[in-house]
Each structure stands twice: as C-alpha cells, then as structure tokens.
Ligand binder design. Structure first.
Ligand code: PHE
Length: 355
C-alpha cells in the first residue's frame, strides 16, 4: 500500500470516530501542520524519480484537497451543533411570569385615598384636583374668610411671600372655589390631596391629607349630607352599624356647620369602630354659605348644597391600626412593607376595599 493510501485510511479511521472541535483541530495539524503527514509528503516530491513524480504530486494534491474538504466540513458541522445546543439551552420564554421579584407596596394613605374615591364614585361624585400652592383668595377670601377673620390665625398658614398672597393650602376647600369657577352647577365632586399647617405632634403633621366633598344642586339639604356621610363611614370601615354624632361648630364657609365624631372603643388593644363610649372627630361639614356661592357666581336663591372636609390620615390610622401619624411620612421601608398594600390589589366596592 502506498504511503498516501495509508495516510488516508488512517485518517478516515480516526475521522469517523465522534470528534469534538479540539480533536478535529489536532487531526488537522497532524496532517497539514509544519511537520504534518501531508506536509512531509510535499517535501518528498523533489526526491521522487522524474517518471513517478507527476503522478505522485497529482495524487498528493487530490488527497490533500479531499482531506482538507472533509476536515473543514466537519469543523462547520461541529460549530453549528455547538451553536444550536447553546441556543437550545439558553432559550427563555419571555411570556412566563417572573419567579421571584420584590414588589413595592402602596402607602396606606394612597390606599385610603383610592378607597375613598371608589366609595364616593359609587354614588356619583367625580374627582377634582387643585394645586398645593394656592393664592390667599381661593384659600380664604372666596371662602368667606376675609383678612382679619380669626379663622385665618387658627390655620397656622405657611405663607410663601411677604405680601401673603401665595401660600401652601391649609385645607382642600379652595378646590370648591376652583371647581365652581370653571363650570356651571350642579356640582358633585370630591377633591383629595395634600394640605399644610405649621403644626406637629403625635396626631398633627405639618403636611397632611384631606378630602373635600361638595354637592351643589337645586334642593339639597342637611338630610342629604347626613345620609351621604353615614353611607361613607359604613362603607369605609366595612361595618353595618355606625355611631356617629353631629356637633354644632363653626366654619366661615358653611352655615350651619358641624363637626362629625364617630364612636369607638379599645378592646384587647384593638380599636373597634362604631361602638363604645369614646368619640373621635373625623370631619368638618355644613351647608355651603350663600356668600361663597355669590363669590363663584352661583345664585344662592336657586342653588344650595353641602360641603365636607375629611382628615384622610386619621381615617387611615383608625382603619389600619396605626397609632403614630408621623410614621406615615418617615419613609421607613420596613414600616411600609408591614403596613403597605399589594399594588395589584386595587380597591373597588365590588371586590372589597381593603382585602
Ligand atoms: N376646610 C375645613 C377644615 O379644614 C373642613 C370643612 C370643609 C368644613 C368643608 C366644612 C366644609 O377644617
């Protein structure tokens, strides 16, 4: 057997075994490397007798091309197989849900605002908003609270300029003015948002939340106000019965005015709403003062209605057993993790407000 045939047979024997890329590359250099078997045959050409030289060189070239072709093909095959295997192993189904991710929580105040909005929207209230930075007219004057009115001092206002024209709103009542100025009656709105007073202790924070309510139409009376608040408190606390009392009070922008307390008691360290001998003030309300209606070009002989302002943070504290108001605004992640709500669990009247 000629040397060339031997080389080829040897090669084919090895070549047909299952080879990986390193092994095939080794085979390649064994044949075609500097001192490889095929390369050495080329060096021999000059030594061969002239008669045989042509045929030998031609055979050698044929074998070289053949083996080289086989090797290149094999390398391609192995590389493709490797790529396919990699693709297969690294395949991910992007439509699958994530296995373990940390979700944020909804702050109890945001949750409470969502709950309140859901309850009032059930009975036809729409939602309005106003800016935190107000002018003194909307916050006081238009609300029947002129410059020297004592109620101005009671509000501990943060003024933003020396002329006392710009301020941080001390209540959400200016949204009543904004709403009535931009539209025609009837009005049936709530307006939740941030409010500010220079005051701070366990039950007062310089920034707190209120929700304003306003219902102006042709024959609205105090009975409607009571009915509305009774419905709201029961829905909010998810109870069938509620102890509620209207205490005569005074606000410049309502006449008559009342403050509403709800009854509660502490049993085994837990607060029970709607029973017991203790009272907690949660809102101010009344029939909108004719002067306020005049200020927004609504005829008080034709239209009247009620307004209320509820302290949101207080309600949230009561409902969710939080006893220090300041914790709401400290941004302690551990606290939020404990008292916060699942972001996917949006409160609605149908699905339950706080489950
Ligand atoms: N704005 C009042 C307050 O902050 C609450 C209130 C609103 C009272 C609407 C009556 C009517 O104390």
């Amino acid at each position: 057997m000629s040397d060339l045939k031997k080389i080829k047979d040897e090669f084919l024997k090895k070549f047909n075994e299952k080879l990986n890329l390193t092994e095939i590359n080794k085979l390649k250099s064994d044949l075609f490397g500097k001192n490889g078997l095929i390369s050495s045959q080329f060096k021999k050409i000059g030594l061969i007798s002239e008669n045989d030289r042509k045929k030998f060189a031609s055979d050698l070239n044929i074998i070289k091309d053949e083996l080289q072709g086989l090797i290149e093909l094999k390398i391609k095959e192995i590389e493709n197989a490797e790529i396919n295997e990699k693709l297969e192993n690294e395949k991910i189904d992007v439509t699958l849900p994530e296995r373990n991710f940390v979700r944020g929580k909804i702050h109890p105040v945001s949750q409470t605002i969502d709950e309140i909005s859901s309850i009032f929207s059930e009975i036809g209230f729409s939602i309005e908003e106003g800016p935190d930075v107000e002018n003194e007219y909307n916050n006081f004057t238009a609300l029947n609270t002129p410059y020297n009115h004592p109620a101005r001092d009671m509000h501990d206002t943060f003024y933003l300029d020396e002329k006392k024209e710009k301020l941080l709103r001390t209540h959400t009542s200016p949204v009543q003015i904004r709403t009535m100025l931009k539209d025609k009656p009837p009005f049936k709105i709530i307006a939740p948002g941030r409010t500010y007073r220079s005051d701070s202790d366990q039950t007062h924070a310089p920034m707190f939340h209120q929700v304003e309510g306003l219902y102006i139409d042709k024959e609205i009376n105090m009975g409607h106000l009571k009915g509305c608040l009774d419905y709201f408190i029961k829905e909010f606390f998810e109870v069938k019965k509620i102890k509620m009392r209207f205490r005569p009070s005074h606000f410049p922008f309502t006449e008559p005015s009342a403050e509403v307390d709800i009854g509660y008691e502490i049993r085994d360290g837990k607060i029970i709403i709607g029973e017991g001998e203790k009272w907690l003030e949660i809102l101010g309300c009344g029939m909108v003062h004719p002067n306020v209606l005049k200020n927004v070009k609504v005829d008080p002989n034709e239209y009247q209605g009620y307004a209320f302002g509820i302290g949101i943070d207080r309600l949230a504290m009561l409902k969710y057993g939080i006893n220090d108001l300041r914790a709401f605004f400290e941004c302690d992640y551990r606290w939020l993790n404990h008292f916060g709500f699942d972001p996917l669990d949006v409160p609605t009247n149908y699905r339950g407000l706080s489950r």
